[in-house]
Write a protein that binds this ligand. Structure first.
Ligand code: ADP
Length: 459
């Protein structure tokens, strides 16, 4: 058991602030790192200490300098590093080097991460415990011929995926045989460029499934619980836009089966820290594992609102060596976890829906947010005078709501979004309001094709 005195957050933006807050609540000093381009960003002022990194590096590369980050952590007496999401959060080498330097990596160990962070390997883990996966080839497809054989066998459409892909990138849907070879070759070279590894695998493409994922938490002693599911089907180009919990489109029996399968996978690797097990659910209600994310996710907020469990604090306490059922983490058993009401998260971005969601940049002239009963805001760059740069993610603020009914949670989200006033940069708020207003959304029945099928949402 080691009480942390200092935790460094190897990330930026809203998730860095989220983690600093948890540190502060646990009486831990927070340490930020920031790039030249983030000199004036709000997040670094929210930490107790902050240090510039990546001089002369490209804006994103600054946050990927493993050795530099570990060396700063060591020189500043940091006990542990929280990687947030994206950036180095699923980097096996980073986790390993932290461990070797005597710095605690707040997440699973590098061996576990290696098994789960890669889509092909994690499918094998699911197979080993008989959790259903989408029909496909569970090896990197080496030749166009292998890809063709599989597609001929299972029928089109199929999807080609980069094993190391993430964030909706590195996927290609192939609708017709004549496109397969071309798509295979470009998927491979794209994967190499984007992720450094050209491993591609192929699986059946499910048409308009639902995306249901389960939050899990495990300690260092083999105790693992789930914190129920989230419906993340509302996606644009395979990226989540609005998430909510609980999923309305599944029965209690399906919910139980999906959560139990998520636990099977987590247990099979003795999973430690927070993680998410993702599934697709087809039209017939069958669920299939797609991947496990061994880190905190953007949409963890809604699970926190519905269960009252602080996921980021739990991650830190678990990394200090506390058991799930300790006084500190305070999760006595699976049965003690109560999921109450409905929570919805909307991702407000500086993107222009009228211009194919192109990221907008520039100075924010006016910034006013909505709040009030049942609303939670997690944000970073938003303040009057802030400059939105083109270098990073366009997520501006996450607006989450909670209520005893789904209808009222929608009402609270809409009301809070209508209160927001942002001038100077374009945002997707009008688009989010259109989704919240749509009957299919209000019935909790959107599938992953919903946004693409409804161009009127852009007006
Ligand atoms: P990433 O790691 O990039 O987020 P995922 O494997 O989690 O990628 O998939 C993201 C989304 O892509 C899913 O939620 C779903 O909408 C779509 N998707 C992935 N695999 C399939 C598939 N086999 N059939 C249909 N849609 C898929």
């Amino acid at each position: 058991m080691k009480k942390f005195k200092r935790v460094l957050v190897a990330n930026r933006g809203e998730i860095a602030i989220r983690i600093f807050r948890a540190c502060s609540e646990l009486d831990i000093r927070s340490v930020a790192i920031y790039s030249e381009e983030d000199k004036n960003s709000l997040f670094r002022t929210k930490a107790d200490e902050s240090y510039q990194i990546g001089k002369n590096k490209k804006p994103v590369d600054a946050y990927l300098g493993i050795d530099e980050i570990i060396s700063i952590a060591k020189s500043k007496g940091v006990d542990a590093i929280h990687p947030g999401y994206g950036l180095l959060s699923e980097n096996v080498e980073f986790a390993r080097k932290c461990e070797e330097s005597g710095i605690v990596f707040i997440g699973p160990d590098h061996i576990m991460m290696d098994k789960l962070g890669d889509k092909i390997k994690s499918k094998k883990v699911a197979h080993s415990v008989k959790v259903p996966t989408i029909p496909g080839i569970e090896e990197a497809v080496k030749s166009e011929d292998d890809a063709r054989k599989f597609a001929d066998f299972c029928g089109y459409p199929v999807i080609l995926k980069a094993s190391a892909g993430g964030g909706g990138r590195g996927m290609r849907i192939v609708w017709r045989e004549e496109d397969l070879i071309r798509e295979f070759n470009s998927a491979q070279s794209e994967a190499k460029k984007a992720f450094g590894i050209d491993d591609i695998f192929i699986e059946k493409y499910l048409e308009r499934p639902k995306h249901i994922e389960v939050q899990v938490l495990g300690d260092n002693y083999g105790n693992i619980v789930h914190l129920y599911e989230r419906d993340c089907s509302i996606q644009r180009r395979h990226q989540k836009v609005i998430e909510f919990t609980p999923a309305i489109c599944i029965t209690n029996e399906q919910r139980q089966n999906i959560c139990e399968d998520a636990l099977e996978i987590a247990r099979s690797v003795n999973y430690r820290s927070a993680g998410t097990v993702e599934f697709l659910v087809d039209k017939n209600g069958n669920h299939y594992f797609i991947e496990m994310n061994p880190r905190v996710q953007v949409e963890h907020t809604i699970t926190e609102m519905a269960t009252g469990i602080d996921i980021v604090q739990s991650q830190i306490l678990i990394a200090e060596g506390h058991r799930l059922d300790s006084e500190e983490v305070n999760i006595k058993s699976q049965n003690s976890i109560e999921h109450r009401g409905y929570a919805i998260q909307c991702r407000v971005t500086t993107e222009d829906p009228a211009n194919n969601f192109a990221p907008d940049t520039g100075k924010i002239d006016v910034y006013r947010t909505g709040s009030g009963f049942g609303i939670r805001l997690d944000g970073d760059n938003g303040f009057t005078g802030a400059v939105i740069s083109p270098y990073y993610d366009s997520l501006l603020v996450k607006v989450s709501s909670w209520s005893r009914s789904f209808k009222d949670a929608i009402g609270k989200s809409s009301r809070a979004l209508r209160e927001v006033k942002i001038l100077g940069v374009k945002t997707n708020i009008g688009f989010l309001l259109n989704v919240l207003n749509h009957e299919t959304f209000r019935n909790g029945q959107c599938d992953t094709g919903f946004i693409a099928d409804n161009p009127s949402l852009l007006n």
